[in-house]
Design a protein around this ligand. Structure first.
Ligand code: GLA
Length: 363
């Protein structure tokens, strides 16, 4: 039985399909090289001991048997709810999680829309299941980690981020049908850049949940189980309420853009993929109304400086932009930086977005 080891889980960027996952639609994320490690050692007692290299302070100790939603959130720092929630959800799923000391380290900037939460959940999950001697299928691990986030942490997210962290392959984007759970690895040789706009997002803020509720209401008005089941995006015109009409139109058109992007990637047509990225950004800005000023300026400046296309990624209201670039991106980075400097905004950060392998044991 495994006594100790180090497990790594990556963050993600999403090429296409935003706010489509909880509408039973399609998403096309890829894993980043950046992520989170959990160095784990078994403990003889039933205590979860948590240490974060990013949040210095005394170790947090939680009794595994006492974990339940609502019992931990107020007494421990926010980040610790994620590993605690994973331990709870694994036990709920019938896995006998042992006591463990977990030292967490990460090179993902939190609140940047790159799924630092899912990376933390998935690294901890691989560590705890290895210590438990349980070989759990990756799709089931994604569902358990999502349950931890939804029910224990209290964030009503979909399944995309955990799936990306656990299921992605190097050099590929992951086409995930969130209705059937079917996955397809799509080769992705595009050169991409992440622009962290440094405007932070907090998914726990109510806007994400408000969008979910609007999508459910739009589906009800169209008499479909979820927005996935709209046959023709033109049908959304039947919704009288202008806001709900726009929300449904975004979800339907972004679902279509996912499938179009897959075909274009297979054909190697990166300029057209770029054009779809920029269309998706306009849809997120105007129809779904979750963009933010720094993202709009970053997209505009990147495209004006030669990017093939760009869009905000993730839940919205802050975080990062993904740009498809034709080659070496320094002119694009300079253009975005000077657009921010001209507005006296905190300067953006740039990372290469290289489709990388999913979660794994690294030591
Ligand atoms: C967050 C959620 C995901 C997904 C995206 C938006 O990252 O965790 O489930 O809904 O927002 O596409």
């Amino acid at each position: 039985m495994t006594e100790s080891g180090v497990w790594f889980a990556p963050g993600r960027a999403n090429l296409m399909g935003e706010h489509t996952d909880y509408n039973d639609g399609f998403v096309l994320p890829f894993a980043l090289a950046q992520g989170t490690t959990a160095a784990a050692t078994r403990r003889a007692d039933r205590v979860l001991e948590l240490i974060s290299r990013q949040r210095p302070g005394p170790a947090i100790e939680l009794a595994l048997t006492g974990l339940a939603p609502g019992t931990v959130a107020e007494t421990v720092p926010g980040w610790a709810a994620y590993p605690a929630g994973v331990a709870w959800a694994l036990r709920e799923a019938g896995y006998d999680v042992p006591g463990a000391r977990l030292v967490i380290d990460s090179d993902l900037p939190p609140g940047s829309g790159l799924s630092s939460s899912a990376a933390l959940e998935c690294a901890v999950e691989l560590a705890l299941t290895a210590l438990a001697g349980a070989d759990v299928p990756r799709g089931e691990l994604a569902a358990i980690a999502r349950r931890a986030e939804n029910e224990f942490v209290g964030v009503p997210s979909g399944i995309m981020d955990q799936s990306a962290s656990l299921l992605c392959h190097e050099g590929h984007a992951l086409l995930l049908d969130c209705q059937s759970g079917e996955t397809t690895q799509v080769p992705c040789g595009a050169r991409m850049l992440i622009i962290n706009t440094r405007a932070r997002h907090e998914l726990t803020a109510g806007d994400y949940g408000a969008r979910r509720a609007e999508c459910e209401e739009a589906a009800r008005l169209l008499s479909v189980p979820t927005l996935r089941y709209i046959n023709d995006c033109g049908d959304t015109a039947r919704i009288n309420d202008p806001t709900l009409r726009k929300r449904a139109r975004h979800v339907c058109t972004d679902d279509q853009r996912v499938l179009q992007t897959v075909a274009l990637l297979r054909a190697g047509d990166y300029p057209e993929v770029g054009a779809l990225l920029t269309q998706s950004h306009a849809s997120l800005r105007d129809d779904f109304e979750i963009s933010w000023p720094e993202a709009d300026v970053a997209v505009e400046a990147a495209v004006a400086a030669g990017a093939l296309g760009a869009r905000m990624i993730g839940g919205g209201f802050g975080g990062s932009v993904l740009a498809l670039v034709p080659g070496e991106p320094s002119a694009i980075c300079d253009a975005v930086t000077s657009a921010f400097a001209g507005r006296s905004w905190t300067l953006p950060e740039f990372y290469d977005a290289v489709p990388s392998a999913g979660a794994r044991q690294v030591a």
